[in-house]
Ligand binder design. Structure first.
Ligand code: GH3
Ligand code: MG
Ligand code: MG
Ligand code: MG
Ligand code: MG
Length: 317
C-alpha cells in the first residue's frame, strides 16, 4: 500500500543493467523515496517478500526470466494484496505492452523515461493505491458492523437474553435435533406475577431493573450449557431445555420457584407473596413429524394460563 501523496515510498527498482538502475535510483532518491535495488528476477522476488515495497519498477528484458515472469511471481506472492508494478522497457511494441499488462503490470513505460513522466506515474499509482486501501478499510468496517448487527438482532436489549426471534430459531433447531435423536425436549413459558402492580407502585425504571434481575436469575438457573433462556416479550420469558423429560422439568420448576423466593425481590403489592414470583407453563415432548414449534408454544401457554388461574407462583404442565 502506498502512503499518502508527497510521502516517502519504498520502491523496488529491478534492472539488470547497472547504469540504468543506478540512474533511476538516484532520481527516486532525490525525490525523497526509499529505494531498494535488485539486478535479477530472483533477487527481486527475495527483496519483494522481505521489504513489501509500496511500488515496483520492473525492467522487462533480463537474462533468464524476464520482467513478465517476475511480475507473475510477485502477484502470486501477495494473494488478496496489490503492489503497483510499472514495467520499464526499451521496447514499446504493442504486443509487449499487452503482455506486460496481462502479466499483472499496472503500467508500462518506454526507456528512457523522463523524470516528470516517472513522478507523474508514481503519483497516479499512489492515488489508486489509496483508493484501494480505503475500499479494503470500508469492507472490513462493513464486515464488523454486519457481525455486530447480526449479534444484536438476536439479543433482547433490556435483559441481554435471547430475544423472541432468537428463541424461535433456537426452538426450531432444538425441535429438529430432538426429533432426529428421539430425545425429550422441554419448553417453559414464565410470566412475572402481578407485574403491572409492581410497575404501578414503583415506576417503569424500577420495573425494568426488576426484569433484568429476573433475567439474571433465569440465566443462573439454566444449569446445562444446552439450556437457554430468553425474553419472549414484556414480562414473559421462555426456557428451552433439551434432553429434559417431564420429571426433570418439574425439578427445574421447583428450583426456579425457590430461587425467586431466595432472591426476594420485594413486591408488597402482590397478593401472592411478598416478593416477585413467576408462574409457568411447561410442555415436554419427544417430537415426531407432527410436533411443531407453534404447537409447543400453544401448549406451554395453556399450561401457563392454568398456573395463573390456580393462584400463580406455580408451574403447570
Ligand atoms: P399476571 O400475574 O396475570 O401476569 O399479571 P400482570 O400484571 O403481570 O400482567 P399484565 O399482563 O396485566 O401486565 C403486564 C405488565 O408488564 C404491564 C406492563 O406494563 C409490564 N411490562 C411489560 N413489559 C415491560 C417492560 O419492558 N418494562 C416494564 N417496566 N414493564 C413491562
Ligand atoms: Mg534489462
Ligand atoms: Mg404477561
Ligand atoms: Mg397478563
Ligand atoms: Mg404477568
Amino acid at each position: 500500500m502506498l502512503p499518502s501523496s508527497h510521502t516517502q515510498l519504498t520502491i523496488l527498482v529491478v534492472d539488470d543493467q547497472n547504469a540504468a538502475r543506478v540512474a533511476l535510483s538516484a532520481e527516486l532518491d532525490q525525490a525523497g523515496h526509499r529505494v531498494i535495488e535488485a539486478d535479477s528476477p530472483d533477487w527481486a522476488l527475495e527483496l519483494f517478500s522481505r521489504y513489501r515495497p509500496d511500488l515496483v519498477l520492473l525492467d522487462v528484458e533480463m537474462p533468464g526470466h524476464d520482467g513478465f515472469w517476475t511480475a507473475r511471481q510477485m502477484r502470486a506472492a501477495e494473494p488478496g494484496g496489490w503492489t503497483p508494478i510499472i514495467f520499464l522497457s526499451k521496447s514499446g511494441e504493442d504486443r509487449a505492452i499487452w503482455q506486460g499488462i496481462e502479466a499483472g503490470g499496472d503500467d508500462y513505460l518506454v526507456k528512457p523515461v523522463s523524470p516528470v513522466i516517472l513522478h507523474a506515474k508514481l503519483r497516479a499509482m499512489q492515488r489508486l493505491s489509496q483508493m484501494r486501501h480505503r475500499l479494503v478499510q470500508l469492507s472490513d468496517d462493513l464486515r464488523a458492523a454486519n457481525a455486530q448487527l447480526q449479534e444484536l438482532s438476536h439479543v433482547d436489549s433490556l435483559t441481554g437474553l435471547m430475544n423472541r426471534r432468537a428463541l424461535d430459531a433456537r426452538l426450531q433447531q432444538e425441535l429438529d435435533q430432538a426429533r432426529r435423536d428421539g430425545d425429550a425436549l422441554t419448553l417453559v413459558l414464565c410470566d412475572v406475577d402481578h407485574f403491572k402492580r409492581y410497575n404501578d407502585a414503583r415506576g417503569h425504571i424500577e420495573g425494568d431493573a426488576c426484569l433484568r434481575r429476573v433475567a439474571q436469575l433465569l440465566r443462573e438457573t439454566c444449569r446445562r450449557p444446552s439450556d437457554c433462556a430468553g425474553r419472549y416479550g414484556g414480562e414473559e420469558f421462555a426456557l428451552i431445555l433439551p434432553h429434559t423429560p417431564r420429571s426433570g422439568a418439574m425439578t427445574y420448576a421447583r428450583a426456579l420457584i425457590r430461587t425467586m423466593a431466595l432472591a426476594h425481590i420485594p413486591h408488597p403489592d402482590s397478593p401472592v407473596a411478598a416478593h416477585i414470583t413467576l408462574s409457568g407453563g411447561i410442555t415436554t415432548c419427544t417430537p415426531d413429524e407432527s410436533t411443531t414449534a407453534e404447537v409447543l408454544l400453544m401448549r406451554a401457554d395453556d399450561a401457563l394460563y392454568n398456573a395463573k388461574s390456580y393462584g400463580r407462583n406455580r408451574f403447570f404442565s
